[in-house]
Ligand binder design. Structure first.
Ligand code: ADP
Ligand code: MG
Length: 329
């Protein structure tokens, strides 16, 4: 099988695509025609084996995750997914791998009506680079720079479970029950991009970011771009660990509370949304989140004093031990 057979067998599909896609794969360029009054939101993510994913991950999960991390960026801007390109570097043609990868990829793409409109395929170390294109009404995109003093801080879904899975894989956490591991692994390998929530937050949230490198670090980007500081209640944050069970509760309530809190605050790979909104918007926000069936939790507030302060349930300062992920840190 050659390059072009591979592309047409696994990545080119004859299916109806969104009206904005004028020309899909097969020509020198794809053509997009955004609807009048809309802006294109564009984001790229590169995934390298051994750095962004373990070689043990199933090809289907990898296909899902490769697109999910990109859709998560569109969600953070409040954009609706339209299309994506796929640049793939493969060590060899492995049809079982390609079949699984494309199945996972297209299952998520179809869920979001996001069409594969082109790409590039070469031989090399396994790496996957996806660029997504989304649409957002002009000047309605959610940005990192809009947080205001007094705003509430929220997080969608749950945090920390992807990191827990990684620690179990690494062998640093050994006593996790099977069902906790399964839940955590699912969160690591098959994250849910909060696409509907992102769009529902337009006009309500003042700023947003997706949590990929850890809550504290990513929230730090909002603080920096908005020129503000924040306080986070660690008691509320701990409730965000989804794999909560007798086991994690013991871990977080017992003498060693730090690992679970670190996973929540700095774990990374969560692909949830962190965002801010004024207290006057609380009811509208909760209604919007409920309408898209997504849990959101208020975990703190924005203040003028720069920096990120952690406090426990009684308002006492909590020291922060871990930094967020930085490839060159
Ligand atoms: P070029 O010569 O411009 O690099 P290619 O010969 O690499 O084009 O690709 C031929 C067509 O197949 C192009 O339209 C390209 O967008 C598409 N294509 C290549 N790889 C992929 C892929 N992995 N997924 C989807 N489309 C692809
Ligand atoms: Mg090419």
């Amino acid at each position: 099988m050659g390059e072009f057979d591979l592309i047409s067998k696994y990545f080119v599909r004859v299916s109806p695509v969104a009206a904005s896609v004028v020309q899909g794969p097969g020509d020198d360029c794809a053509l997009l025609s955004p609807k009048p009054g809309m802006q294109l939101a564009i984001s790229t993510d590169l995934l390298i084996e051994g750095r962004h994913f373990l070689s043990t991950v199933s090809p289907e999960s990898l296909g899902h995750k490769s697109l999910a991390v990109n859709l998560s960026d569109l969600a953070a801007c409040g954009a609706r997914p339209v299309a994506f390109t796929l640049a793939l570097s493969l060590p060899q043609i492995d049809e079982a791998w390609l079949e699984g990868f494309s199945r996972g990829l297209f299952a998520l793409a179809d869920e979001h009506d996001c069409a594969l409109i082109g790409g590039d395929t070469t031989r090399g170390p396994l790496s996957i680079c996806i660029t997504v294109f989304g649409e957002v009404p002009a000047d309605a995109a959610l940005l990192r720079s809009g947080a205001k003093v007094g705003d509430d801080i929220y997080v969608s879904g749950t945090l920390g479970d992807a990191r827990l899975a990684l620690e179990i894989f690494r062998g640093t956490v050994r006593n996790a029950p099977a069902e906790v591991f399964q839940l955590a692994r699912d969160r690591l390998e098959r994250p849910t991009p909060r696409v509907a929530l992102g769009q529902a937050l337009r006009g309500i949230a003042t700023s947003a970011i997706d949590v990929s490198d850890g809550l504290c670090g990513d929230l730090g980007h909002i603080l920096q771009r908005s020129g503000v500081g924040a306080v986070i209640d660690t008691a509320l944050a701990l409730d965000l660990l989804a794999s909560q069970s007798a086991w994690t509760r013991t871990l977080s309530g017992g003498q060693d509370a730090t690992p679970a809190l670190d996973w929540v605050l700095s774990g990374g790979d969560d692909y949830e949304l962190a965002f801010t909104a004024p207290p006057t918007a609380r009811a509208a926000l909760m209604a919007a989140a409920q309408a898209v069936h997504t849990r959101v939790t208020r975990i703190g507030f924005i203040r003028a004093e720069p920096g990120l302060q952690l406090q426990d349930g009684e308002g006492q300062p909590v020291a922060r031990r871990t930094a967020s992920f930085d490839h060159f840190g």
